[in-house]
Write a protein that binds this ligand. Structure first.
Ligand code: SF4
Ligand code: F3S
Length: 86
């Protein structure tokens, strides 16, 4: 699973959304069924680990789960929690 971390907050460039082949990055702008959020999140149950989103992000917010820098490890759970109850 890939994870979106702190640099996305307030940026939400959304280039990642455009390249994801399974549309598992939410909430894209105005997306039905999702509350607006300060950053975007990857649904760990739907991500197929293709890696396409990682180089697409201009602020290097996206990492494979095992490669998330220590200071942003909490974002692994933050991404997963966003989809609980959706
Ligand atoms: Fe989507 Fe691939 Fe990124 Fe997973 S790794 S969020 S499937 S683009
Ligand atoms: Fe955020 Fe980067 Fe995607 S800023 S919305 S993770 S392209």
């Amino acid at each position: 699973t890939y994870v979106i971390t702190q640099p996305c907050i307030g940026v939400k460039d959304a280039s990642c959304v455009d390249v994801c082949p399974v549309d598992c990055i939410h909430p894209s702008s105005g997306e039905a069924g999702y509350e607006e959020a300060e950053q975007l999140y990857i649904n760990p149950d739907e991500c197929i680990d293709c890696g396409a989103c990682e180089p697409a992000c201009p602020v290097t917010a996206i990492f494979e789960e095992s490669a998330v820098p220590d200071e942003w490890k909490s974002y692994i759970k933050i991404n997963a929690d966003f989809f609980n109850g959706q």
